[in-house]
Structure formats: structure tokens, C-alpha cells
Design a protein around this ligand. Structure first.
Ligand code: SF4
Ligand code: SF4
Length: 79
């Protein structure tokens, strides 16, 4: 019971689709809590800075990153 309540109260956090992400870094810049970091990774277009959620607990679930992503690479979800 407690487990179900805990799950229901969890806020959604962003999931990044690296196949779709164009590594524009906009989400990291717009996040009001600064919780999106950037990691250098290799891709089909060479080494780029891709977003990662550095601390899920500090995300406030505002969806600004999802709404402003130009490629639709972010979807909000819960564990
Ligand atoms: S939902 Fe809001 S707080 Fe969470 S990572 Fe996206 S922009 Fe940052
Ligand atoms: S805004 Fe979208 S396309 Fe740009 S780095 Fe973030 S996830 Fe990738």
C-alpha cells in the first residue's frame, strides 16, 4: 500500500532519447534548477554534448525542457 502511494506521488522527470537528440544543449540552459548536465559522447555526427539528469530529486517536474526541446527528444516519465 505504501509502495503504491509512493509511486503515485512521484513527479515525472525527463527521459532523453539519444537517437533523436540533436545535442543543441537548450534543455540544460533552460532548466530552472540546473539539474540537466551535459556529457560528451560520440554520435553519428561526432563528439557532442548530450543532456543527462544529474539529480532526479532536484527536478521539479516543470516540463520546460520537454516543451522547449526542438527535436522532441524529451518525454516526461516516472520510474
Ligand atoms: S522538468 Fe523542469 S526542473 Fe525538471 S529537468 Fe526539466 S526543466 Fe529541469
Ligand atoms: S533540447 Fe532536446 S535536442 Fe536539445 S540537447 Fe536537450 S534533449 Fe537534445
Amino acid at each position: 500500500m505504501l509502495t503504491n502511494m509512493t509511486r503515485q506521488s512521484q513527479k515525472p522527470t525527463p527521459r532523453f532519447d539519444r537517437e533523436v537528440c540533436i545535442a543543441c544543449t537548450m534543455c540544460a540552459g533552460i532548466c530552472p534548477t540546473g539539474v540537466i548536465g551535459l556529457e560528451i559522447r560520440n554520435s553519428a555526427r561526432g563528439f557532442r554534448r548530450f543532456p543527462v539528469l544529474t539529480d532526479e530529486k532536484r527536478c521539479i517536474g516543470c516540463k520546460a525542457c520537454e516543451q522547449d526541446c526542438p527535436s522532441g527528444a524529451i518525454q516526461m516519465g516516472s520510474i
